[in-house]
Ligand binder design. Structure first.
Ligand SMILES: [Zn+2]
Length: 284
């Protein structure tokens, strides 16, 4: 599904790496248990952790676009298609600002199903210049429109919550001093959940992270918490789990709440509620 490695793509893109829902009931959750789900996800994560999406066969690239003012796309490599435009317009619905404020390039590739590529990411972003990103989507993995949209939500989460490399280094070194400058929300999230490497960040279960993928690093935690914040309802105040706390942190941020409302208006509440079913694990 959504995967960890942010990476460099092809030419210009440089290398880098739900609360108890109001409406959701767990009746829609499959019989698969959280622990089994975690186990299978972690296996996948381990197997792809050091893989580099740039190893993707270039022939699988359908098109690499440059993002122009007013969110126009200009094809640089490959062939443009109405389907790409459709996906791009879907991504635009997730953003309050024009996407060209965040994105310099947008790539669509389509790897054919094969055992070799199974663990590669479905989508990723990579920083192309300070605070600017390239985004790539692999259509070979999107089995449904809902899955594709969840992938877009996750990747958009990466651009909305930029995590400086220095922050990852601090976490790796179990240090919390000299927090590098980035968005205040990211800094607060870091201080609360990731500054103490022996703290909650190192645990991982349905009480701490939205998904197993969120455990990989603070960037993935933010992207997955954001995805669950959009997909799912507001956590009850009496829900004392860390994951509920993380989502409440987003609910306490007026800007994020308005972004969520905008996405609901644009996509339609009914559509988002339907998306929860295949994404049941986000809303536990
Ligand atoms: Zn990610």
């Amino acid at each position: 599904m959504l995967f960890y490695i942010r990476c460099a793509l092809f030419l210009l893109i440089a290398l880098a790496a739900p609360l108890r829902a109001e409406e959701t009931t767990l009746e829609s959750a499959p019989s698969q248990s959280w622990s089994k789900y975690v186990e299978s996800e972690l296996k996948k994560i381990e197997s792809k952790r050091y893989r580099h999406p740039a190893l993707v066969n270039v022939p699988s690239l359908e098109a690499l676009y440059k993002v122009l003012p007013r969110d126009k796309l200009e094809v640089e490599i490959g062939t443009e298609s109405p389907r790409h435009q459709e996906i791009w317009q879907g991504l635009r619905k997730l953003s309050k600002e024009p996407l060209n404020r965040y994105l310099t390039s947008f790539a669509i590739y389509h790897r054919q199903d094969s055992a070799k590529t199974k663990d590669d990411p479905m989508a990723f972003v990579t920083e192309t210049s300070p605070h600017m990103f390239g985004m790539a989507i692999d259509l070979g993995y999107a089995k449904s429109e809902a899955q594709l949209l969840i992938a877009l939500l996750h990747e958009y989460g990466h651009v909305l919550f930029p995590v400086p490399f220095e922050m990852l280094q601090l976490i790796a070194a179990c240090e919390s001093d000299d927090v590098p400058f980035t968005k205040p929300f990211v800094v607060n999230f870091f201080k609360k959940y990731w500054a103490d490497c022996y703290g909650p960040a190192m645990e991982m279960n349905e009480f701490t992270h939205a998904t197993p993928h969120a455990r990989i690093n603070i960037g993935e935690d933010l992207a997955e918490t954001w995805t669950s914040f959009i997909l799912c309802g507001r956590p009850r105040e009496e829900d004392r789990r860390i994951i509920a706390d993380k989502r409440r942190m987003m609910w306490h941020d007026a800007d994020l709440v308005s972004r969520r409302a905008l996405i609901y208006r644009r996509l339609g509440t009914r559509y988002i509620v339907e998306m929860r079913s295949p994404a049941w694990y986000y809303c536990l």
